[in-house]
Design a protein around this ligand. Structure first.
Ligand code: SAM
Length: 278
């Protein structure tokens, strides 16, 4: 492994004790095996390939281990799709203190979540926001450059964007970073996955996707014929977007898309709101 990447991957102290980590692994295994938890019919899953339950359980682990998710957190899931992240959170979040709001432009995903998750777990709510996206919601009535979500200031502790910024232009990621800064309470955390493209990533033979330069500086496309199918950015573009919004980029964990060893595929950025505003 490249020395610079190696130091970035291992530079952080674990957030969980060994015993808590083991309990979390057990919970993840139980979630993955539990056939009574809601799961959509395979043909209605529009959020990517792979095992719906296994990927959800995997991300619960990343939320806790990398993002410091607590049971009492009020969670906002931006681009919640068809509930892949929400289902495992029903088993983790505290039934009284914790809560969950998911938003997505795709109406069918939100309808499935309301019918199959909210009816059983009323503290899990879902809302369709008609944001335009050339692949997911081409007829959307709202632009993503000045996104305003229907929630009040400082009403969340944890915001997740899993495999969403990998489908948005940098201007929309910046708009989301500003909106998330408004919505997170002091001490709140953003967990966002991205493709951070750095020099050597383009040379590794086993990197997937194989990025080629996009039309804007610092932007990379996995497939130039569908730029928003998989879009990556120079690391400083994403970190600047986060910083300019007033968030602190606290941790970056690199993913195995670039052909290195990692517990997750996309890169993960954890950004925080200062505890005390000064
Ligand atoms: C690859 S899917 C990931 C879904 C979910 N986060 C998961 O991991 O299961 C990308 C999601 O982003 C949503 N999306 C597209 N444009 C968006 C936007 N401007 N704001 C929020 N979500 C958006 C899509 O509708 C889709 O559900």
């Amino acid at each position: 492994m490249n020395a610079q990447i190696g130091s970035m991957v291992s530079a952080y102290k674990p957030l969980l004790s060994e015993a808590d980590d083991q309990r979390l692994s057990q919970m993840m295994e139980m979630i993955e095996r539990n056939r009574f938890l809601p799961a959509p019919a395979p043909q209605s899953v529009f959020v990517g390939d792979g095992d719906y339950r296994a990927i959800g359980a995997e991300y619960l682990g990343h939320f806790v281990r990398l993002g410091g998710l607590r049971r009492s957190d009020r969670v906002l899931d931006i681009g919640c799709g068809i509930g892949r992240m929400a289902v495992p959170l029903t088993q983790y979040l505290d039934g009284e203190a914790g809560s969950y709001e998911g938003i997505d432009p795709v109406r069918e995903g939100i309808e499935w979540c309301v019918q199959n998750i909210t009816t059983v777990y009323p503290r899990f709510r879902f809302c369709q926001v008609d944001l335009a996206h050339e692949l997911y919601n081409p007829g959307g009535s709202l632009g993503g450059h000045e996104v305003v979500l229907p929630f009040s200031d400082a009403s969340f502790d944890f915001a997740a964007m899993v495999s969403v910024a990998t489908h948005l232009p940098i201007s929309e990621i910046s708009a989301y970073a500003r909106e998330i800064r408004r919505l997170l309470a002091p001490g709140g955390r953003l967990f966002m996955t991205t493709f951070l493209v750095m020099g050597e990533d383009l040379e590794r033979p086993n990197a997937r996707p194989k990025f080629t330069p996009g039309t804007e500086d610092g932007t990379w496309y996995g497939d130039p014929s569908a730029p928003l199918a998989a879009i990556g950015f120079n690391r400083n573009l994403v970190e600047n977007a986060v910083r300019e919004a007033g968030l602190h980029a606290e941790r970056v964990s690199l993913g195995h898309w670039r052909g290195i060893e990692s517990t997750h595929y996309q890169d993960v950025i954890i950004a925080t709101v200062p505890e005390k505003l000064g």
